[in-house]
Design a protein around this ligand. Structure first.
Ligand code: NDP
Length: 303
């Protein structure tokens, strides 16, 4: 069976494509650049979906916390457009393909930025969204762009709202690995903020669960069941490396580097749980931050 992965060249995509290939899937990546087993976004628009596509997953999007980027209007536009335009392109390609040739499932990754900050109650997939900031509006518009019209109801649609993805190969852990390795890691801001997280192998596991289980559809939260604070994360990371956890990164510095709206992704407290993900039968491999940190703190597969 063939799976098409938009943004499959990235951090999550690398782990997903490797896992799918190991399971015997044939994987084609949709990318901005040409290459073996790749399709460009222009080719997708011109040619439509490749024959026999069983599933489409979209992971494309400009990295929001990329270093040396300023939170300007033009960067915000890039963050939005890279997500919305790619989602629209896939939705259109699915819509245009003849009914009997459509994929079984379209999985769109979005983010927990949809939810509110500072709630004492945990928020799950049944919690309505609020128009609180750039990220909440982004997720609402991103999911709307991916939405297929009603005459495509033969295609299962899943939206996975992901928390911060933790894995050695990319994202936050890769940015923090060397400070923690050299013993100068620590909490960010007060450290009390609830930190929605998921191990990259579980995010990949949830995506595969969506591909392989014909009953899964709708919104799933891509967050681990264990609710932790930013300090819990820092202590687990430092602990797995046998290092101290003394050196906080002050909130004002995060705001200076990233701008306050973007810094809120790390400094804000957001309590999110994966109620539907568990209800649909997904069993987490890394349910606790201690188990996850043991895996992503291994020094030998550096990179
Ligand atoms: P990456 O930053 O690794 O990027 C994924 C891919 O997106 C890239 O490999 C690139 O593919 C494509 N891309 C980048 N910029 C653009 C652009 N301007 N226009 C079109 N495509 C672009 O992402 P991750 O793997 O970390 O995340 C995957 C998805 O999950 C993203 O949509 C992200 O928003 C979401 N997410 C990630 C979280 C995390 O902590 N990592 C947390 C919550 C959600 P190419 O160069 O081949 O075109």
């Amino acid at each position: 069976p063939k799976v098409l992965v938009g943004g499959g060249t990235g951090f999550v995509g690398g782990v997903l494509c490797q896992s799918l290939r190991q399971k015997g899937y044939s994987v084609t990546v949709i990318s901005r650049s040409e290459g073996a087993s790749r399709l460009t976004w222009d080719e997708l628009k011109a040619q439509g979906l490749p024959e026999n596509t069983k599933a489409v997953v979209n992971l494309a999007g400009q990295n929001i916390l990329a270093t040396f980027t300023f939170w300007t209007e033009s960067f915000q536009r890039l963050v939005r457009d890279s997500r919305i335009q790619t989602s629209l392109a896939i939705a259109e390609a699915i819509q245009k393909s003849p009914k009997h040739k459509r994929p079984d499932v379209f999985v769109q990754i979005t983010g927990v930025g949809y939810y509110q900050f500072g709630t004492t109650e945990a928020q799950d997939e049944y919690t309505p969204g609020v128009n609180k900031d750039f990220f909440a509006r982004l997720v609402a518009d991103w999911e709307a762009a991916a939405k297929l019209p009603s005459d495509c109801d033969d295609v299962r649609q899943v939206y996975i709202r992901s928390g911060v993805v933790l894995g050695r190969q990319g994202g936050m852990v890769q940015q923090l690995f060397w400070p923690f390795f050299f013993g100068v890691g620590g909490r960010t801001g007060s450290g009390d903020q609830v930190f929605p997280w998921i191990h990259v192998k579980d995010l990949v596991g949830v995506i595969e669960h969506c591909i392989e289980n014909p009953k899964v559809k709708g919104v799933l939260n891509g967050v681990a069941p264990e609710v932790i604070t930013n300090l819990d994360f820092a202590q687990a990371f430092a602990g797995a490396l046998n290092r101290p956890c003394f050196f906080p990164t002050p909130g004002f510095l995060m705001k200076m580097v990233f701008g306050s709206e973007r810094a809120s992704m790390i400094l804000g407290s957001m309590k999110v749980v994966p109620t539907r993900t568990i209800e649909t039968g997904y069993v987490f491999k890394y349910g606790t931050i201690r188990e996850a940190a043991k895996e992503f703190s291994v020094v030998s597969h550096s990179g």
